[in-house]
Design a protein around this ligand. Structure first.
Ligand code: CUA
Length: 335
């Protein structure tokens, strides 16, 4: 066990998942990320060596052959015409280097793409929307948004397979510490897998420019112990909270046009255009990662989404203060 995952393990034991906010792709915590890092380092090493040799020769030449006081400026330097040996060498060596890089890269790409799934596999379908992520768990009948929960194991035996689809334009799914980026293309299924070896709340992004709010199409990937993942799925499978004290607030919410775009399982809100709100309060952030999910932000968001995420597809419904309070109060029951 490497010290980093041991640390992560201890942090999990302390119940709070460590935040992996600086998405450092040079500190990978899953198999695809590790092999991709090795290829990147090999490429850096080879190209770095070329840089040093070429740069060194240029510096040497500038210093050694610069004009000196007393040189006859009218006289041409000696003209040297080609050397077959040197020309053959600088043609063949770069070709060999390029073939080494192609070979190594192709081997790793094939290794990542053809790896057969470990015994325990979770299937997740991620659907890119402008500008948020729909997340489905076909085996569990769960639909959620932006926050992807998956199990992790210290030995990497828990893998998750993602099927990537797009509702509108091209996006790209990227959680840098776990795996390379994979394009999310309309009318096409792309695949990606990862097996986190450390728990954490990983930060990721859409990595393909997809319109105004591309930068605010963030991914939150929660890699948690299998028991916690199981608990999470059980909670997500339950219908929306039916607290009777929220009945009035609920009625207000259901009377508004929120229901045309949003789903709340077990109610008449069956819209599919925007994120599923059934367990909204189980997510840490709203608006595709723009703001933290708390009462104040939720109220500000419902009041004026365009003020917070200009260009997003949710309109302001121009609710009264009382309606806003009631809608937010109802949303807060959706745990
Ligand atoms: Cu979606 Cu950029």
């Amino acid at each position: 066990m490497n010290p980093y995952s041991l640390l992560a393990f201890l942090q999990v034991q302390a119940s709070n998942l460590p935040e992996r906010k600086i998405a450092n792709m040079f500190r990978p915590l899953a198999s695809p990320g590790e092999s991709e890092k090795q290829v990147a380092l090999l490429t850096f090493a080879i190209t770095g060596a070329i840089f040093v040799v070429v740069g060194g020769l240029i510096v040497y030449t500038i210093a050694r052959f610069r004009s000196r006081p007393g040189d006859d400026l009218r006289q041409e330097p000696p003209q040297v015409y080609g050397s077959n040996q040197i020309e053959v060498a600088w043609t063949i060596i770069p070709i060999l280097i390029v073939f080494v890089l192609i070979g190594v890269t192709a081997r790793v790409v094939a290794g990542v793409q053809n790896a057969s799934p470990p015994k325990t596999t979770t299937h997740v379908t991620v659907i890119g929307h402008q500008w948020w992520w729909e997340v489905q768990y076909p085996d569990y009948g769960i639909t959620t948004a932006n926050e992807v929960h998956i199990p992790f194991s210290l030995d990497g035996a828990q893998a998750t397979y993602f099927m990537l689809q797009s509702m509108d334009v091209a996006h790209s799914f990227w959680v840098p510490q776990l795996s390379g980026k994979t394009d999310v293309i309309p009318n096409r299924d792309n695949y990606l897998w990862m097996n986190p070896k450390a728990a954490g709340y990983y930060y990721g992004n859409c990595a393909e420019y997809c319109g105004t709010q591309h930068a605010n199409m963030q991914i939150r990937l929660v890699a948690e112990p299998p028991e916690d993942f199981k608990k999470w799925t059980l909670n997500q499978q339950t219908k929306a909270n039916e607290a009777s004290e929220a009945a009035q607030d609920k009625a207000v919410f259901l009377s508004l046009s929120c229901v045309n775009c949003h789903m709340v399982q077990g109610t008449t809100a069956i819209g599919k255009f925007g994120p599923d709100l059934t367990h909204l309060m189980s997510r840490r952030e709203i608006g595709g990662g723009v703001i933290e999910n708390n009462r104040k932000n939720l109220r500000a968001w419902v009041n004026d989404p365009q003020g917070i995420k200009p260009g997003c597809l949710m309109p302001s419904l121009k609710l009264t203060d009382r309606e806003l309070d009631q809608v937010v109060a109802y949303l807060e029951t959706l745990k």
